[in-house]
Design a protein around this ligand. Structure first.
Ligand code: ADP
Length: 103
């Protein structure tokens, strides 16, 4: 008898789980309004080049599209280093979650 997904599988579906995602697959709707500290970015670039990313950035997945709202300095450091992907902690959300982030 199928009683539907267990609470545990629901949790697994929503994540969070860690994934390498290409930078160009992550939408960053708020980056134009939030300038990064260039000194922080420089320091992160040196550290990431040396020891790699130690803490994945948080990403929201809604309908198969990835959105990043934080981890801005780590993201820019990856861009400037020319790295193709970034390690992300992915959490699934709904359009409502997304609207909440965009408010
Ligand atoms: P961001 O906008 O990316 O969150 P912050 O300067 O606020 O930038 O925080 C930098 C974060 O990057 C810290 O939480 C730190 O733990 C994390 N981090 C991950 N990898 C590294 C690394 N290789 N060197 C330094 N910090 C790192």
């Amino acid at each position: 008898m199928n009683q539907g997904p267990s609470p545990f599988s629901e949790i697994k579906k929503r994540g969070p789980f860690v994934l390498e995602i290409p930078l160009d697959k992550i939408r960053r709707p708020l980056t134009r309004t939030r300038a990064n500290d260039p000194v922080k970015v420089k320091e992160l670039m040196e550290s990431i080049r040396e020891i790699g990313l130690q803490e994945p950035i948080d990403v929201l997945e809604v309908d198969g599209i990835y959105y990043g709202f934080s981890g801005c300095h780590r993201f820019e450091a990856h861009q400037r280093l020319g790295l193709p992907t970034i390690r992300c902690k992915v959490r699934r959300g709904t359009k409502e979650t997304l609207r909440h982030h965009l408010r």
